[in-house]
Every structure is written in C-alpha cells, then in structure tokens.
Design a protein around this ligand. Structure first.
Ligand code: SF4
Ligand code: SF4
Length: 507
C-alpha cells in the first residue's frame, strides 16, 4: 500500500517537473492557458480601473453598517447586523471566495480604501524597519485575536465587534500613513496572514504571460509603478505594494489580488490563470518578496498556527471543552478564565504542535536514516504540508456558521430598519429564516476536512519526493500518520454536541 502510494507520488512529481511547456516550475511558465483577464465580460470587468474601488466601497458600506448597528443597535448578538455580518457572513464568504477563486476579500478590503484616502492628505515617508519585517508581529496578533475572541466571546458582543472593526480601520490608517507600501497588509494584519496562507488553496494566481517580455522590459512598472511621461516624478499607477516582482512571483502568499500589477504593466503581460491549488507549497524556488519557503521559519510557524488555530477555534464551540477547562483549572490551581484559557492556548498552540511535530520529524529522520538535518529543519519543511488540512478545518467551521445562518441576515436587517426608522419599512422580521439544518451541513463539513486531508497527504508526499527521492515513502509515512491523527481529531470535534453559549450561531 505504502509502496503503491509512493510510486503514484513519484510519477506525479516527475509529471509535475516536466509538462509540455518544459519545466513546470520554470519561472513564469503558465500551467494552463486559461486567462480570466481575457475572458469576455469577466476580463473587462476585472481590468476596469475602478473595479477594486467599487468592491472596496461595497465592503466599506457593510463595515459602516457593522459599526453603527454594533455601537447603537440592540445588544443581542443574533439580532444585530454587527455580529451576524462579521461572524457569520464575512468569515464564511471569505473562505468560499478563497476556495472558489482567490484572495478577493483582500482586494476589496475597506481598510485599504480609507488608508488610500488618508494618503491623499498625508503621504507616508518612512520604510518599515528591517528588524520588524517578516510575520513575527502578525503571528502574535493572530494569536491575540484568537485569544480575545474566546476570552471575551466576541461573537456575542455587537458593540465590541463594532469597536474591533473601528480599531482595524484606525490601525491600518496610522501604520500606512507613517510607513510606505502595504506595510499593514504585509507585516501586521492578522486577517491578511490568514488569507495569504489559505490562498495557497485558491485555484487562481497572477503570473506573467511571457517571461521573454519581462526579460526585455526596461521599466519593471509592475513593481515600481508607472510614471507620467510628462512629469517623471508623478506616479500615475502604483506597482505592487507588497513587493512582488511579477517575473519572479510564485504562488499567492502575500498577494492581495489588488490587480495593480495588471494596471501597471505597459506590455499587458500579466495573466490571471488557473492552477493546481497547493502545489506552490512544494515549489523550492526563491520567490519575489518572500524568498524560499524552506528559509522562512516565520511562515512555517504561521502555517502551524493556522492549522492548530483552526482546531482551537473549533474546540471553543463544543461542549466537551468545558471538561478540559475544568481539568486545566485544577492543574494550574486557578479558575481565572484568563489563566485557564491561556493555559489551553499554550497547550494547543504550543505544547501539542512542538511534541507532535517534533516527534514526527524525529521518527521521519530515523526512517530515512539521515540525522544530519535538525528536527527543526525537518518540521520547517513539512509544516507547509499541513496547510490544506488547516484550510479544510477552517472551511468546515466557518462553512457551518455560514450555511446554518445564511439568510438570517434578512430578518436581522428588517429588525435593524425598525430600530433605525421606527416602522417596518422592509416588513416585519421573518425570524423563521435562518439557513440549513446543522445535521444537513455535517456531510459537507466532513467532505471539506477529508479533502483537506487528501491535499495534505499529497503535499507531504511531494515534499518527500523533492527532498528524499529514493526514500520518499519512508519519509512520508510518519507525516501521513500525524496528518491522519489530526484529521481524526477534527472529525471528533465535528461530531461533538455544540455549546452555543447562548446564541443562535455562536463560536
Ligand atoms: S512591467 Fe510587465 S513586462 Fe515589465 S517586468 Fe513587470 S510584468 Fe514583466
Ligand atoms: S502581485 Fe502585487 S500588485 Fe499584483 S495583485 Fe498581487 S499584490 Fe497586487
């Protein structure tokens, strides 16, 4: 069985290395000839100069509604647009967009719209300090947001949700009015890091059409921006604010799908192509703005947190977590919610990954008979293989809330209109409208987790083919077992009774 799997992955790896275009991983070679920017209707719409601004304005309007109803509406989570739109619809639709297309929620980010307006009044002049570059700050904020979400039960607090959104606007504005480029997106934003990691599973990617055109290009407008021929100091179209140079760009990490590169390239040389999701996790080449994945411990840590964070976030909504809290309270000798939750975070986001992945790496080294690499290096390489499973778990969790509360936005909006206007301008709230029954969503959740598992097994196997071509099955075996163990834990969570904590959609 293991041999058959290894033979299949070896064949797959060799097929991936050389397709009809030559080296598949050769920089800039298109994996497919599909280019959405050349499709009728969709192409012109995406290339329209104001497409991004239009999307941002729609999401800005939604954010204004979230803030106003959160701050001034009735403070019942299931009746407030703030909690419903943020914790049910935004999170769910974000994952749907990532899996169906790409990172279009970053493209439409309303924080960036407000930041751009702010920059008209005050242009930033500083560069983000080199010592702060990378994902360190955003990783800390990612954990902090998960922690505060659980500690304060944010899904149950419309006013706090409104303030959280306002805080986001303020942080993006302050950071990006001081520092140039997309500093907030690249180095600070926890949502951005979530979408960057999840977007490795997206079926779309921006890449150059012809490497030869880039080689002869003298301006590199895709990253520098385009300047007015009359006034050479005046930029008429900005280039990639995330520092991704298109000929050397690989994959979706750090790409906000803003399409500035499409607008800036004077040779119309940027395509929005289809691709095999997750394959970029195996790509060993140096990529623009990121370097080699295997040389980025911060991205490996972010990937691990992404996976175990999904577990933690899902655990928070099931009833058995109360037993765990009581056990931890007795171990640390305190019933303080802050301390107990902190202990749970240390256990699930630090201790379990260290022990589980460290042990897996040690066994893997022993299996392949190569102890020259440190355990940390092995974990760093295989951590990226867990991402598809993590995406499956997040999709199962957020998909549950989205599908069970999909149309609850209708009666909540009707109720909000009554709050604001004093009379039922949109009719009496149809409180019977909600969404699918939880039992009907379970098969979809199981399917998402199992698809993620298959993706992780495939990526792990390809990583082994890449790094240990003659002992790939042995190298993969312990990681496959760990992946299956995590899958079993995720499925166990899905089957647990929900602890709704007083809400119709909590968690
Ligand atoms: S501006 Fe266009 S042609 Fe020039 S390097 Fe960038 S993508 Fe290539
Ligand atoms: S490569 Fe840069 S400019 Fe192009 S869509 Fe991605 S983030 Fe935007």
């Amino acid at each position: 069985m293991a041999n058959a799997f290894a033979a299949a992955s070896a064949a797959c790896w060799s097929a991936l290395r050389s397709d009809v275009h030559g080296e598949l991983f050769a920089r800039g070679s298109p994996m497919t000839h599909v280019d959405l920017l050349r499709w009728p209707l969709i192409g012109p719409l995406l290339r329209w100069r104001h497409a991004r601004t239009s999307l941002q304005l729609v999401l800005l309007l939604a954010a204004i509604v979230v803030v106003l109803h959160g701050l001034f509406g009735q403070q019942v989570a299931s009746d407030n647009l703030s909690t419903v739109l943020v914790w049910v619809h935004y999170r769910g639709l974000l994952v749907v967009a990532l899996l169906a297309a790409g990172n279009f929620f970053c493209a439409g980010c309303p924080f960036v719209r407000v930041r751009d307006w702010g920059r008209r009044a005050h242009a930033p002049s500083r560069h983000w300090p080199a010592v702060l570059r990378g994902k360190g700050i955003s990783i800390a904020l990612f954990v902090a947001v998960l922690f505060c979400y659980e500690l304060f039960d944010l899904w149950a607090l419309p006013r706090a949700t409104g303030y959280l959104v306002l805080t986001y606007f303020a942080a993006a504005l302050v950071i990006d009015l001081v520092f140039k480029g997309a500093t907030f997106c690249k180095h600070i934003c926890p949502i951005g890091q979530f979408t960057f990691i999840a977007s490795v599973m997206s079926p779309l990617e921006l890449r150059v059409r012809s490497q030869a055109t880039c080689t002869s290009c003298r301006t590199s407008d895709c990253i520098r921006g385009r300047y007015s021929p009359e006034e050479p100091r005046q930029m008429v179209q900005r280039g990639c604010e995330l520092g991704l140079y298109l000929p050397a760009k690989i994959g979706n990490i750090d790409c906000t799908f803003c399409l500035d590169c499409v607008q800036a390239c004077p040779h119309d040389n940027v395509a929005l192509t289809t691709r095999l999701p997750a394959l970029e996790l195996v790509d060993p080449r140096r990529r623009s703005g990121i370097g080699r994945l295997v040389d980025r411990p911060d991205l490996a840590i972010l990937s691990i947190l992404f996976v175990f964070g999904a577990m933690m976030n899902a655990l928070g909504m099931i009833a058995p977590v109360r037993f765990m809290e009581r056990w931890l309270a007795s171990v640390i000798g305190s019933t303080s919610e802050f301390l107990v939750l902190g202990a749970m975070f240390v256990l699930i986001l630090l201790a379990v990954p260290c022990v589980l992945l460290g042990t897996t790496a040690a066994i893997g080294r022993w299996f392949v008979g190569d102890t020259t690499e440190s355990i940390r290096t092995v974990v760093k390489r295989y951590a990226f293989g867990l991402v598809p499973l993590g995406v499956g778990m997040w999709a199962a969790h957020y998909g549950f809330h989205l599908l069970t509360g999909l149309i609850v936005v209708v009666p909540v909006t009707q109720s909000a209109v009554i709050d604001m206007m004093g009379w039922p301008a949109l009719g009496e709230p149809m409180w019977g409208w909600a969404g699918m029954r939880p039992g009907n969503v379970l098969p979809i959740q199981l399917g998402l987790v199992l698809l993620g598992t298959l993706g992780s097994l495939a990526v792990m196997s390809l990583i082994s083919q890449r790094d240990h071509p003659d002992r790939a099955a042995r190298a993969t075996a312990p990681w496959a077992i760990t992946t299956c163990a995590l899958t079993a834990a995720a499925i166990w969570i899905l089957f647990q009774p929900m602890d709704m904590r007083g809400l119709g959609f909590g968690g």
